[in-house]
Design a protein around this ligand. Structure first.
Ligand SMILES: Nc1ncnc2c1ncn2[C@@H]1O[C@H](COP(=O)(O)OP(=O)(O)OP(=O)(O)O)[C@@H](O)[C@H]1O
Length: 347
């Protein structure tokens, strides 16, 4: 992909504990977590991690509790100081930034949205949203106008003068979201923002993030321990285990081609037909197949193809720009649902 990355991270380590910097690059680095702790009193929360966050993508960091997600994302703006490695934002070295530059980074370029958005209880919705702009020194009239725009954008019109306590949990989250968006950072870093919400409101907020992302194309890094949230929101997902990234890929790559048994086990219960696209399931069309059968796009899910094939009774043609790229038939669709690997299905 040709767009330059927003964040570029290489060989990053964060070790907590005494004399932490002796761990990266030494034989201690190879020890399993429990043994490292026993021998040195150290925890390697992030172990030799490298990745890029691309402009405009939702990059999800997923893993079980304790896998290192929060530490990794906090390292990006040095809310946690890395032990070794390198981090750049738009090509600028983050680790050599002075305090003023770091403050600028956190306020203007990469702002963190926390689970409890830290709303100010005595301020109105509008003033809460304007708060980040106030810190930036934006004049009053301008910040109120901008805050009003973002209050509307997250669907809270008419609630501008309420206090946070007069809002539901989901509405409070929207205020937090509007506040983060109003300061117009290049990247939004979300640390499990929805994990305390009940499932319906949570789904609502996930859809809100997808919508805002679609409308604004803003780069987002999103931490979650919830696989379905990761699959729903992520353009790409970094799956972490014990401080390492065990697989980095699109939802389809992670579900369709798990890198190892750990990932395979992790994604075992995912409804594959809702993640896999027909691009992966199709086979070349035979000569007499290119003209008949329902037409679907290459990014349609297998689930959508099943509906089309069931309705018409014929194999579906995968069409792009008037060209037939291939065909998905009953067998191919069933193989995806049954989790038969592509190589085996072709044999
Ligand atoms: N300040 C600290 N001092 C010592 N160890 C720490 C510190 N912060 C985190 N750790 C350890 O680092 C590891 C990774 O923690 P981290 O909070 O990054 O994981 P996480 O994946 O975000 O977990 P959760 O989903 O529970 O928030 C854990 O073993 C944790 O105990």
């Amino acid at each position: 992909m040709s767009t330059p990355p927003v964040f570029s991270v290489s060989d990053l380590w964060k070790v907590f504990g005494p004399k932490a910097d002796r761990v990266p690059g030494s034989e201690l680095a190879e020890l399993p977590p429990a043994e490292l702790r026993e021998r040195t009193g150290c925890t390697a929360a992030v172990r030799d991690v490298s990745f890029d966050v691309r402009k405009g993508e939702v990059f999800v960091v997923m893993g079980l509790s304790g896998s290192g997600k929060s530490t990794l994302v906090r390292c990006l703006t040095r809310l946690v100081e890395p032990t070794s490695g390198s981090i750049a934002i738009d090509g600028e070295d983050v680790l050599s930034m002075d305090r003023a530059r770091l403050r600028e980074l956190r306020r203007h370029r990469a702002s963190m949205v926390f689970q409890h958005f830290g709303l100010l209880p005595h301020r109105s919705v509008l003033d809460n949203v304007a708060y980040g702009l106030e810190i930036q020194g934006v004049p009053r009239a301008e910040r109120r106008a901008k805050a009003a725009e973002f209050v509307a954008k997250v669907g809270l019109d008419g609630m501008e003068s309420r206090r946070p306590a007069q809002l539901s949990g989901g509405q409070q989250q929207r205020v937090g979201l509007a506040r983060a968006l109003a300061v117009d950072p290049e990247v939004l870093l979300f640390d499990e923002p929805f994990s305390a919400l009940d499932p319906l409101i949570r789904r609502d907020m996930q859809e809100e993030v997808v919508r805002l992302h679609r409308e604004e194309g803003r780069t987002m890094v999103f931490i979650t321990h919830d696989l379905s949230e990761a699959l729903k929101l992520g353009d790409r997902i970094a799956l972490m285990r014990d401080g390492r990234i065990v697989q980095l890929g699109t939802p389809e790559e992670i579900v369709g081609s798990p890198a190892d048994d750990y990932v395979r086990d992790f994604v075992r219960d995912v409804p594959r037909e809702q993640i896999m696209t027909v691009r992966t399931a199709m086979r070349p069309a035979l000569a007499d197949e290119t003209e008949e059968g329902p037409a679907i796009g290459p990014d349609a899910t297998v689930f959508e193809a099943i509906e089309a094939v069931a309705r018409s009774g014929a194999s579906a043609r995968v069409m792009q720009d008037g060209r037939c790229l291939g065909v998905v038939d009953h067998a191919a669709l069933l193989n995806v649902v049954a989790g038969v690997p592509a190589a085996k299905a072709a044999a």
